[in-house]
Structures are given as C-alpha cells and as structure tokens.
Design a binder for this molecule. Structure first.
Ligand code: PMP
Length: 414
C-alpha cells in the first residue's frame, strides 16, 4: 500500500474538504479562517463562483491546447487582459506553470539577452526550489543545505533588513546599496552581470518590504551597468500589497516581471513579462514546457482579473491591510514577545523575539499552533522561523479581519 512521502512537511494537520471564500472546512465540517490563502494564491477566495464557472466552461471546451503545438484562445485573451495591468512597456508575456519555472525562465532570458552569466540575488530572498531558483534563494539554508552544487554564477548582496540590523530604513538601504556596489567591484563585474533578481517584499524571508530608495537604487545601477532588473512578484503581485504590483510602492520599474500565485486563483500558472524588444534577444524555442499556459488555468486567470477589477480587490487589500496592521500592532503592544509588526497591504507579519532581541522561533510556533487550534490558519516565515504571517484572500471583509485579530490576540496570550 502506498503512503505519502515523509518528504512532505505540513504546517497544520488539517484535511481540507472544501473551501469557500476565506474559509476552509475539514471533513467534520469544522470551519477555519484561512489566512494563508494557499501561500498567497487564492486571492479571490476559495472557489470564487466566477472563477469556478470560467474553469468549468473551459474544461468542457478544451482542457489542454499545448502552446508550442497549437495556440488557444484563453492564452490569447489572457495576454490581452494582462496588458491592461502590466507596467507600461512590459508588453510581451511568456507563460509557465509555477513561480520557480518562471524564475528559471527569467534567468535564461537575462543570460540570453545580455550575453552575461552572473545573477545577483538578495539575502533573505526566496525564488523557488528548482536548482536555478534555489541558487537565488537565501530565505533559509533549509532550501539549500545538502542540495548543492546549485546553479553557479550567483552572487548574493544584502537586502536592507532594518529591524534585524537595528537601524533605520535609510541607513539599512544605504548599507545594502553600498555593499552591492562593493560586490560589483569585487566579485561580479558589471560586464559579467546579467540581472538583479529581487522581491519587492521579502516573502518567505520574513515579510520585509523593500525600504524607500532600495529598488530605485537597483534601477539606477541596472541602468548604469546595462544589468536587467528582474522583479519577482510571485507573492507580491495581483493586488496582494494594496497596489496591483508590489514594486508600484516604489518609483522603480522592472525590465522583467515574474508573476504566479494570485494570477489564477489556485490553478497552476505563471508568467514572465518583459518588453518585446528584450524578449526578442532571447532564443525562441529555448523556453517552455508541456503544460505552460494551460487553457483551464488561463480561463481561471482571466476570471481572476475580472473579479479583482469588479470587486475592487486592490483597494480592499490596501484598506483592510491597514486595519490588519493596526490590530497586529495593538496585540504586539501588549506582548513584548512580538518585536516587530510589518507588511504591505494584506501581506502582514509579526516577528517574535526574546527579551534580548534574539529570534524566538519557539514563541512563533506556539502562537501559530494556538491560532490553528482556534480555527485561524496562518504560516510562519523568516530565516529563523520566528515570523508569523497573515495573507488572507483579498476578498476578506473588515469583520473577518477583526475576527482573525481576536483569535490572534488569544493565541499570542497562550
Ligand atoms: N518567488 C517567490 C517570491 C515566491 O514566494 C515563491 C513561492 N513561495 C516562488 C518564487 C516559487 O513559486 P512556486 O512555489 O510556484 O515554484
């Protein structure tokens, strides 16, 4: 008899039978407030009726139109619709299945387009688990240890982590940019450097928004040295941060944007977007995969975009993100174990520290478990596992935020 591989590490012992909106239900009918959204995926909520209808209709029409063999309409329609929300100039799209695959595709595109090999990633970043994406991932050694050799040609520069350094954001940003200049002068010559790959908010690395000036500093250096700025919006895209794209909190614009997760409400779909002129410097036929741009996933993504627009979900994420942040701060003020609260939009986190300011993963794990026991599903993150994050679906209401905050404050008090 077969069994699930012990490789699987599951955050909560819940067997999800059914999902509806912000709720998951287990086999006994117990209801959970799902503030994980399947790791930031089900932005329109579980089984949004319009997403379900679009997928059902597509399933009955064409499930798989393999895009290197035949083209299909959902892919064309989605391409057109994404043109409305992508940053100006990023007018060419290439579709894949997962965030990791899209990261790999962006590395390959950057190398082809520049003729350079090296990629600079930022410490604490997460870009996926495949060997190329893992080489850019420093959100925790658990993603790398024992797995090497990973993809060569990667240099890692600091990401401005003000709280961890005990600095203000300006100091942290100046330090990180100075270290990047040092890295370009010592380890990865600009003439060898194809791209900077960066998240607008460190996700798995601890929910740390790029401070003002950091992405702009990368943009300026990218322009100066002919390096591409690749922004990984896998977790921050599609309204999650209260703007459509996370980088829109800054003045910097990417050369290549990577999206997945919230794009298709739970169907496997990812994409890279870049100016056509840049994509033309890639190599046709070098990228892709059997299931990339799947027709049902594309139909679901189209419906997702419509729901985000019609239900004004980006504004909802901004408004309720602020409410969530306020409430988390109130809880933190009562519990010294929470050293920091931060985030953008509906991507919020509480960091647990010991009285002398050291990471306290045990306290985070206790609060996480106590919340799950009370019916509130959350995730941890951060290199030390001491950050508890909340990423509810973007359809969440003020009452549901307040309910989650009550459960959270009870869980932290345990
Ligand atoms: N980039 C970022 C910023 C992510 O958060 C993730 C997933 N957590 C990935 C890439 C990898 O995506 P996937 O798990 O779909 O491969």
């Amino acid at each position: 008899m077969a069994q699930l591989s012990p490789l699987l590490k599951q955050a909560t012992p819940v067997l999800a039978e059914r999902g509806e909106g912000v709720h998951l239900y287990d086999a006994e009918g117990r209801r959970y407030l799902d503030f994980t959204a399947g790791i930031g995926v089900t932005s329109t909520g579980h089984c949004h009726p319009r997403v379900v209808a679009a997928a059902q209709e597509q399933v009955a029409t064409l499930i798989h139109g393999q895009y290197t063999t035949v083209m299909h309409r959902p892919l064309l329609r989605l391409t057109e619709a994404l043109g409305e929300v992508l940053p100006p100039g990023l007018d060419a799209l290439f579709f894949l299945n997962s965030g990791s695959e899209a990261v790999e595709a962006s590395i390959r595109l950057a190398r082809h387009a520049t003729g350079r090999q090296n990629i600079v990633a930022f410490q604490g970043g997460f870009h996926g688990r495949t060997m190329g994406a893992a080489a850019l991932t420093t959100a925790g050694t658990k993603f790398r240890a024992g797995s090497g050799p990973l993809m060569p040609g990667v240099a890692v520069a600091p990401f401005p982590q003000a709280y961890r350094y005990g600095w203000d954001e300006g100091e942290a940003t100046r330090f990180a940019l100075r270290e990047l200049d040092y890295l370009l002068a010592t380890a990865s010559a600009p003439a060898d450097t194809a791209a900077f790959v960066v998240e607008p908010v460190l996700g798995e690395g601890g929910y740390i928004p790029a401070p003002p000036g950091f992405l702009e500093g990368l943009r300026e250096r990218a322009d100066r040295h002919g390096i591409l700025l690749v922004v990984d919006e896998v977790q921050t895209g599609f309204g999650r941060t209260g703007r459509f794209w996370g980088h829109e909190h800054t003045d910097a614009r990417p050369d290549v944007l990577i999206t997945a997760k919230g794009l298709a409400s739970g169907f496997p779909l990812s994409a890279i977007a870049a100016p056509t002129a840049l994509m033309e410097r890639g190599r046709p036929g070098s990228q892709g995969g059997t299931y990339g741009g799947n027709a049902v996933a594309c139909a679901a993504a189209l419906a997702t975009l419509e729901v985000i627009r019609d239900e004004d979900l980006v504004a909802n994420a901004a408004r309720l993100g602020a409410r969530l942040n306020d409430g988390l701060r109130k809880t933190a003020a009562e519990h010294p174990a929470i050293g920091d609260v931060r985030g953008l939009g509906l991507m919020q986190a509480s960091e647990f520290t010991t009285p002398d300011g050291e990471p306290d993963p045990a306290a985070a794990a206790r609060a996480h478990r106590a919340a799950a026991d009370r019916g509130l599903l959350l995730l941890t993150c951060g290199a030390f596992g001491n950050v508890v994050r909340m990423i509810p679906p973007l359809i969440v209401t003020a009452d549901q935020i307040d309910e989650a905050l009550d459960l959270w404050s009870a869980a932290v008090a345990c």
